[in-house]
Design a protein around this ligand. Sequence first.
Ligand code: SF4
Ligand code: SF4
Length: 168
Amino acid sequence: MSYKGLPDVVTTRRRNLLESAYFTEIARGLAVTGRHLIRNLFNTDKMPTVQYPDQKRDYGPRFRGRHRLTQREDGSPRCVACMMCSTVCPADCIEIIAGEHPDPTIEKYSKEFNIDLLRCVYCGLCEEACPCDAIRMDTGIYEIAAETREAFVVNKDFLLNNDKDGTL
Ligand code: SF4
Ligand code: SF4
C-alpha cells in the first residue's frame, strides 16, 4: 500500500561517467564555497561569526553561569546546610559538611561547601531547590578554565567571593 500517494518502489537513475568521477559535483561544491567566501569578505559586518575572545555575545538574564553562594546583610553565608541542593543535584557534585551554628536562631551552617564544576551539568536544580536563596547561578561566568582537575572543585570561600572571570 502506498503512503500518501508515494510509490512503493523508488527507482534510482544510474550515474553517468562524469557524475561517477564527481568532477562536476566537486566544481559545484567549490562554486558554492567560493560564492560564500566572496560574499562574506565584502560583508564582514553581516557575518554571524564573532571574533571571540575580543568580542563576546550577550547572554540572556536567565543564563545559568557559574554558581555563587549568597550572604546575609551581616555578611554571613545564607546557607543553612539543609542539603536540599546536594540531594536534588543529578550529577551528585555538591558536597556539604554541616556544623552547629552558634546563633540559636540558625540551626546549622555549612562548614564546607564544595562543587565539582567538571561534574556539574548546569541544570539549575540546586538554586531552584534552595529554600534560603543561598545558591545562585547568576554570575554570568561561562568561561571556566584550569590546569588541573582538582582546581575545578570550588570551595565555600571561592563561591562566596566569586569574581567575574573564569579563572579557578
Ligand atoms: S546546576 Fe545542577 S548539576 Fe550543577 S550543581 Fe546545581 S543541581 Fe548539580
Ligand atoms: S545552598 Fe540552599 S539548598 Fe543548599 S544546603 Fe545551603 S540552604 Fe540548603
